[in-house]
Each structure stands twice: as structure tokens, then as C-alpha cells.
Design a protein around this ligand. Structure first.
Ligand SMILES: *[C@@H]1O[C@H](CO)[C@@H](O)[C@H](O)[C@H]1NC(C)=O
Ligand SMILES: *[C@@H]1O[C@H](CO)[C@@H](O)[C@H](O)[C@H]1NC(C)=O
Ligand SMILES: *[C@@H]1O[C@H](CO)[C@@H](O)[C@H](O)[C@H]1NC(C)=O
Ligand SMILES: *[C@@H]1O[C@H](CO)[C@@H](O)[C@H](O)[C@H]1NC(C)=O
Ligand SMILES: *[C@@H]1O[C@H](CO)[C@@H](O)[C@H](O)[C@H]1NC(C)=O
Length: 312
């Protein structure tokens, strides 16, 4: 498969989301109204119910959310960009304490990151009605930037490869997650408030949704991904509201899955932490996250870009 192009026509919010490895149709257009709808929204909870990277709710109400997340970090860790396309009220995302008004726009794009000189940028764009198109290798519209990804790690759900016909997509009850691009060699060419941002690095893309507010997901969670030599990894450590711990790690090497399942978070979080995995015949691995600087630090959410080292 050739490089996947993800572009953002920021004015019309047309998102060409790739149905990578999906079992569903590859050409579908969905329209998401610009305000929250009334009533109970239902969500996709199993992979057999629709495309891996498509919209996952029948409609978005005031307490549900559906979003497409992308990030890219340059190989020297200096430049980065995070791009997220939301169909969610600020209330559902835990940003506002107030339920949405009848006319609050729920379709938003947030973009933030860092220039190579360390200067941070952040912007949020409200969009009207959103059209979401899922197709293979597709892109359309007026791009203000381009992110070209060549995936080097196969798509997956929390507990199974993307090719699994019928597997749960739930990270926690009523909260879904699907990882279309765990790691990709990525080229970014964007214009950020008049300044060019051009780099190559490690890119990532996932899909997040739920029909309860995002801040009710768990007491605490840490999530991350890394590209370490020939290895690509994605990990979760979640402490649920009930106190149970979900540790999950996805490790691939040159597109081959080495481990998919439990891992151990040995220390941290904080300045540094270690992940260890015993993948049986495939060996034991340790990955150490080194102290790093946040690129975003807001109430309830901190995002770091840093270096991870591994040993086999
Ligand atoms: C949205 O849908 C969910 C799931 O059906 C429901 O629990 C919730 O109460 C709804 N929210 C609103 C604001 O109606
Ligand atoms: C939303 O509606 C309220 C009144 O119900 C009005 O005051 C406000 O200006 C409206 N906001 C937008 C963005 O249209
Ligand atoms: C860093 O780079 C950005 C983008 O080119 C520029 O706008 C900013 O002024 C620079 N900051 C410093 C401190 O040089
Ligand atoms: C881009 O926007 C311009 C002006 O709004 C429009 O004329 C043009 O058709 C758009 N191009 C595409 C490919 O949508
Ligand atoms: C994030 O911000 C909070 C409060 O503003 C501060 O206490 C905390 O140390 C910051 N975290 C990092 C990693 O900078």
C-alpha cells in the first residue's frame, strides 16, 4: 500500500479518513450536524459493526464524542504537530462544566505542537457541518497542510489485529478506541499561522469515541506511542473509576506483531517510566521513557514529546 495522505480542509472540515485494514466499505460519506442532537446516541462497540476508522456513533448528543486524532514528531524530537478532528461538545470532552447550548458548534479542529526552535503553537478552528469520508488512499478539498503517512505497523484494536472480524472495540465501558496507524514514516508540510512547518518523523493516528463524557473514562490514564529503532509501540495504562488497572501494549517490528496484550509499567509516571513486556518466544523487552518537556499542559491533560530507549 502506498503512502496515505491525510489532509485537512479546515474551512469545510472534510476529513479523508482512511479505512485502513477495515472490513467495511471503503467509500462512504457521513455528515455530522454542527450541533449536538437530542436523545440517546448509540455507539459501535465491535469491529464487525463498521469501518475501523469511520464515525462510530449514530449521532452525537450532548454527552457523547467522536474524534479522529493524528500526531507526528520529527525524528530529532524537535518539531511536532497534533491534529484532532472533533464531533463533540466541550462538555462531552470535559473542557466545559456546562452542557452544550442548542447552538454550540460541536465540530472542531484543534492543532498544536512545536516548531523546531521549541516555540509552541496552538489553535482551534470551529467548523460547521462536517462531512467525513472514509476511503482508501483518498483526500479531497482545500488543504492548508498535508500529512503523508506510510504506515510501518499494522492497524489494531486494543486486544486484536485490525483483521479480526468481530472483536470488542471498547477501552472502557462505553468508550471506544481503534488504532488505524500505530506508527508511520511521515512527511508534514503545513503552514501554521503564516510560518512553514516542514519535517519528517514518526506519525500516528487513532479514532476515539464514546457515549459518555471523556472525563468519566477513568480516574487516571497514560497513553503513548514510540518508534524505537525497528520497533513501533503503543501503550495504555488506565486506572478505572473502580480502581482496576488496564495495561496494554502493542509492539511490532518491521510490520510484524511481536506482542499484543498486557505489559507492566514499572515506574512512573512522572519524570521517567519503564515498560516491560514478556512476549514469550518473541523475547523480553524493556522500554524506558526519558524525562521530557510537555508540549501541552492543561487541566487534566498533559502531553509530552520525549525519547524512549529499548533493550531486548
Ligand atoms: C446521550 O446518549 C447516551 C447513551 O444513550 C445517554 O446515556 C445520555 O444520557 C445521552 N445524553 C444526552 C445529553 O441526552
Ligand atoms: C446561541 O444562542 C443564544 C441564545 O439562545 C445566543 O445568545 C447566542 O449568541 C447564540 N450563539 C451563537 C454562536 O449563535
Ligand atoms: C521559532 O520559529 C517560529 C516559526 O518559524 C517563529 O515564529 C518564532 O518566532 C521562532 N521563535 C524564536 C524564539 O526564534
Ligand atoms: C477551494 O476553495 C475555493 C474557494 O472557496 C474553491 O473555489 C475551490 O473550488 C476549492 N477547491 C476544492 C478542491 O475544493
Ligand atoms: C502542568 O501545570 C501544572 C499547573 O499549572 C503544574 O503544577 C505542573 O507541574 C505542570 N506539569 C508539567 C509536567 O510541567
Amino acid at each position: 500500500m502506498g503512502p496515505q495522505t491525510y489532509g485537512a480542509a479546515l474551512l469545510s472540515l472534510q476529513l479523508a479518513a482512511c479505512a485502513l485494514g477495515s472490513t467495511g466499505s471503503t467509500h462512504a460519506t457521513y455528515t455530522i450536524p454542527s450541533t449536538a442532537q437530542l436523545g440517546a446516541s448509540s455507539m459501535q462497540t465491535r469491529s464487525s459493526q463498521g469501518p475501523l476508522d469511520g464515525p462510530k456513533l449514530d449521532f452525537v448528543n450532548g454527552t457523547s464524542f467522536d474524534f479522529w486524532y493524528f500526531d507526528v514528531t520529527s525524528y530529532d524530537n524537535k518539531a511536532s504537530i497534533v491534529l484532532a478532528f472533533y464531533a463533540a461538545s466541550n462538555y462531552a470532552l470535559g473542557i466545559s462544566p456546562n452542557p452544550p447550548s442548542r447552538n454550540e458548534t460541536i465540530n472542531m479542529v484543534t492543532i498544536y505542537g512545536s516548531f523546531p526552535n521549541g516555540t509552541l503553537f496552538a489553535t482551534q478552528i470551529e467548523a460547521g457541518e462536517a462531512k467525513v469520508r472514509t476511503e482508501r488512499d483518498g483526500s479531497s478539498g482545500n488543504w492548508t497542510g498535508e500529512i503523508r503517512m506510510k504506515s510501518r505497523s499494522p492497524a489494531h484494536y486494543l486486544g486484536a489485529p485490525a483483521s479480526t472480524r468481530d472483536v470488542s472495540e471498547e477501552l472502557q465501558p462505553n468508550i471506544g478506541w481503534a488504532n488505524a496507524v500505530p506508527d508511520a514514516h511521515t512527511f508534514v508540510e503545513a503552514n501554521i499561522q503564516g510560518s512553514p512547518l516542514v519535517f519528517t518523523g514518526s506519525g500516528y493516528h487513532d479514532k476515539n469515541w464514546g457515549n459518555r463524557p471523556l472525563n468519566t473514562v477513568a480516574k487516571w490514564w497514560i497513553w503513548g506511542h514510540a518508534s524505537v529503532g525497528p520497533f513501533s509501540l503503543v501503550f495504555w495504562h488506565i486506572i478505572s473509576n473502580e480502581g482496576s488497572v488496564v495495561d496494554n501494549l502493542y509492539l511490532t517490528r518491521d510490520r510484524k506483531v511481536i506482542a499484543l496484550g498486557a505489559s507492566t509499567l514499572e515506574s512512573g509516571p512522572g519524570d521517567s517510566f519503564t515498560l516491560s513486556i514478556d512476549s514469550g518466544d518473541n523475547g523480553r523487552f524493556r522500554f524506558v521513557e526519558e524525562p521530557s518537556v510537555p508540549i501541552l499542559n492543561t487541566t487534566g491533560l498533559t502531553r509530552w514529546v520525549g525519547t524512549m530507549k529499548g533493550a531486548e
